[in-house]
Unconditional design. Structure first.
Length: 248
């Protein structure tokens, strides 16, 4: 594979991943396997993918910060709770063998597909409370560990925890999610970088694709075509999961 071809493939994967994150979530279920298929071992792919995740969330946090109803102080408090788990999860991921990691990755991808297929429950909460319950403290610690280990689908977990434990509406839930992911992804990236498990060149190419894909999805505001696109993405991700399990 030529260098130009590899760049185009990775950039394209980033576009799809960013698009998925906006219209459905779980974009890393596409970009992380793409990095592995390009020859990176699991730890290197895991660390490199975090560059794109961080780059994607920076503008989102900026947009929410401009809103009058932001709760950045609360977001920061919840994000801090994830940091110990984030570092621990990254260390576990680095020490894990490629074969086991890829098997776990395949299982996680299937779970993400199921989440994408299941209709989102109706949630009419309008609360804007700022008190963080103790149950959410524990949840954020566990979510931080999972995000540090493998961030695929972590947004689903964060949104579910905040929705049902704080009873917040979706505006606040999404605002907290992007801030939390941005914050806990930074120390995990540092851990991967310090252990030589980050390819900055590929990570920045992927990040550019993610940013473009997310921007395009937001601009197009797809409605009628969303179901078809989601179905196509699910098929692609499912094939990746089977490949990770060495089914073919």
């Amino acid at each position: 594979m030529s260098e130009l071809t590899a760049i185009l493939i990775l950039f394209g994967a980033g576009i799809i991943g960013g698009f998925m994150n906006v219209i459905a979530g779980g974009g890393s279920s596409f970009t992380l396997p793409a990095l592995i298929f390009m020859g990176l071992d699991s730890a290197l792919a895991n660390g490199t993918n975090r560059i794109a995740v961080i780059a994607q969330n920076i503008p989102a946090v900026y947009v929410f910060k401009k809103e009058k109803d932001h709760q950045l102080k609360v977001s920061f408090k919840m994000a801090i709770l994830t940091l110990p788990g984030s570092v621990a999860g990254a260390l576990v991921a680095i020490e894990m063998g490629d074969e086991l990691f890829q098997k776990i990755l395949g299982i996680v991808i299937i779970c993400v597909i199921i989440l994408m297929l299941v209709p989102s429950p109706k949630f009419n909460a309008t609360s804007s409370q700022t008190k963080i319950p103790w149950t959410l403290h524990l949840s954020m610690l566990g979510i931080g560990f999972y995000g540090g280990f493998m961030q695929i689908g972590v947004g689903f977990l964060i949104m579910a925890a905040i929705q049902y434990l704080m009873k917040l509406n979706l505006l606040y839930v999404n605002m907290h999610k992007v801030f939390i992911v941005l914050v806990f992804m930074i120390p995990s990236l540092i851990v991967f970088w310090a252990t030589g498990n980050v390819n900055w060149k590929l990570g920045l190419i992927l990040a550019a694709g993610n940013a473009l894909g997310g921007w395009a999805a937001a601009k197009l505001s797809i409605k009628k075509g969303e179901k078809l696109i989601k179905a196509a993405l699910i098929v692609c991700v499912f094939i990746m999961a089977l490949k990770l399990w060495n089914v073919f």
